[in-house]
Design a protein around this ligand. Structure first.
Ligand code: URA
Length: 298
């Protein structure tokens, strides 16, 4: 703890360190700390409390091995290699192809949205959805998962084969990398919320079409309203343009904060792109650090 102070680590990083340590305490059986019930913003108060109640020497002994950001970064890099990241080929570019400008503007008015009060109710309302053609070819509608009050919402493009088979978002190779990157922020995956722009798999993993996005968009809007995240991290071009159509490609906007109806959006590369392009990893890493700072400083 002192070391963290002496090094002048920023507030968000300090909170993440503390959360790691609290998780470690919980795993040791210290169950009276109910982290699920504790708003993240309150952790700094707890930190001050820890300084007061744990004598300096004991604190050092009791601390788990520190989760150094650099060490975690290495872990994530190794994981991306294990998962089969290929050396960057000059032709491997992020998907900066223009996406239809109408991506988040429904071409036909969406059916009157049934305003629901919980994510479960929203999921229940739409679980048999057949509003677009994807409904016919999907195995499972992949609604999304995570903490219903998360400060961070990760937004992908649409389910792939693994997600279609399991009904859960980001469970394939790209998903494993995403989970590890979330962990590298000092956050457990169940503490964030993860969903996609379209909830059903586009056949052959093609990009979702404008009409498919338009039909699905009201579900996403309600998810965002119900979760009310401090930050939305968009993974790649499709989700970024679904929220904010008139932006240049992801390479130009990644790492920059954008605004979607008063909400902060931070675009970064899609993890599937990172698996193919190791050299983009450093930038994605920076974006995740920025995201942690934004999410916990508000
Ligand atoms: N890619 C996505 O965009 N979403 C998923 O859920 C999985 C892979």
């Amino acid at each position: 703890m002192e070391r963290t102070r002496d090094q002048g680590v920023d507030y968000a990083t300090m909170v993440l360190h503390l959360e790691n340590q609290l998780n470690w305490l919980r795993k040791q059986g210290c169950t009276h700390l109910n982290l699920e019930e504790m708003p993240q913003a309150e952790l700094h108060k707890l930190l001050e409390g820890v300084y007061r109640i744990v004598p300096e020497g004991q604190a050092a002994e009791a601390s788990p091995p520190p989760q150094e950001p650099e060490g975690l970064k290495e872990q994530v890099r190794e994981l991306s290699e294990q998962l089969g990241a290929e050396p960057q080929s000059p032709s491997a570019q992020p998907d900066d192809r223009p996406t239809p400008p109408s991506l988040n503007a429904p071409s036909t008015p969406a059916p009157p949205s049934t305003q629901t009060t919980t994510l479960e109710a929203l999921q229940q309302t739409h679980h048999n959805c057949q509003r677009c053609a994807l409904g016919k070819t999907r195995t499972h509608l992949v609604f999304g998962e995570g903490n219903a009050g998360a400060r961070l919402l990760f937004l992908g493009e649409g389910p792939g084969a693994d997600e279609d088979a399991s009904g859960r978002p980001f469970v394939g190779r790209a998903g494993k990398l995403l989970s590890k990157m979330i962990l590298s922020m000092g956050i457990d995956r169940p503490d964030v919320y993860i969903t996609n722009v379209v909830k059903c798999r586009p056949p052959g993993n093609r990009n979702p079409e404008a009409e498919e996005v338009a039909q699905c968009f009201p579900i996403l809007e309600q998810q965002i309203a119900l979760i009310n995240p401090a930050l939305i991290i968009t993974l790649g071009n499709v989700p970024t343009r679904a929220l904010i159509p008139d932006i240049p490609g992801i390479t130009k906007v990644r790492g920059k904060t954008l605004n979607y109806h008063g909400r902060t959006v931070l675009p970064t590369f899609h993890p599937a792109y990172l698996l193919r392009n190791r050299s983009a990893f450093e930038l994605a890493w920076q974006d995740f650090r920025t995201a942690a700072q934004l999410a916990f400083s508000q």
